[in-house]
Design a binder for this molecule. Sequence first.
Ligand code: ZN
Length: 416
Amino acid sequence: MTRNRTVTEIIRIDSYFDGTTYHRDGPYEIAITATRITAVQSCGSSLDSDSDRAHTATCYRAGFAMPGLVEGHAHLFLNGDDLDPASRAEFLKAPLDTKMVAARRNLRQSLEKGITLIRDAGDKFGVNHALRGEAVASATPLPAVRSAGLGIRRPGRYGAFMAYEAKDDAEIETVVSRIAAEGADDLKIIQTGIIDFVSGRVKGDPQFDLPALSLIVSAAKQRGLKTFAHCSGRAGLEVAVRAGVDSIEHGFFMNRETLQRMADLGTAWVPTFSPVHFQWTEPQIAGWDDATVGKLRSILDDHLAQVALADELGVNLVAGSDAGSQGVSHGSGLIDELYFMLDAGVSVASVLESATSRPRRCWGTNATALRRGATADIVLLKGNPFQDASHLRDIVAVFKDGVPVVVGTNQASHHG
Ligand SMILES: [Zn+2]
């Protein structure tokens, strides 16, 4: 049953992005009744008869509207603002309650930055599954959580904090079954190690070869799970894309041949600039020397060029920040990620699509376009990011399932 609310909320804006298309010939009015958008139209035309003016409770004004943002890659239990490696390691040993408190704060913080759906990319403590349940049951609006639970990795390889181990084909079947039975929305595969910034290379060989990864992908498909692979470096990327994973996460050291295959197959790419960019901006924290800072810069420059090429080839770019990683805050990390894609030369419309309709389409989840009939997950900005991208940080209000979460008090004018 939907909430017992018959009032209609009206939003007046100058321009908006509906998830795929930019509408600039405003002013426009958006009407929300209960959880849904009941009208989107130019001001002056009369609203749909369902939206009885007499019951209009609130009117919001803003420069620009777009659908609620999607964070494509986050670790909700981890606090990205904790920069100290020792304290981060200690936190992994903290009781579950402590991790839940951090995760709830990260979820609320994400909503305040306009995020209404988050794909959690793994934790072994079950915080992501628990938080997904809390978000559904919450009396106050929270972002929806798409939760991977634990992922899958080879024994002793990278990913201990977020994955089960599978040493052979039999264990692959067992582990994928278990992850599905525990309620995962997606299967997270740890396909490669992390990047060694000193050498500027990915550590070690790919964890899974083509037959093993193909088995994982088919086992996941049989259980209705999409797959997303932590993967960087030429060798790992080639195996992951050939095996048919649905999404490449990070994907550093990308190349044209792999991108072309991804474009042909519809494979998504979540480039997660933020964690590497943080290492480059704050090298003193990890103690990187000048040579390593140079390596970091060239990795980022190559990544920018590959993202531009991906966009040109029609790869499904999806915005995701790896929030929770050292130096990557929940919420603002995603906005930074949008700026990195703009820096790469991706158009404003494609960047906004990468954080709204495109991930929802790739994941086959509830659409929230700014159209009549859609769920009312809406972000209001003070100004138009097509004219000035800095407006992506000027949030006036966020609506989740039709409920307003007013963020700014200075910009929003709402009269009863
Ligand atoms: Zn991650």
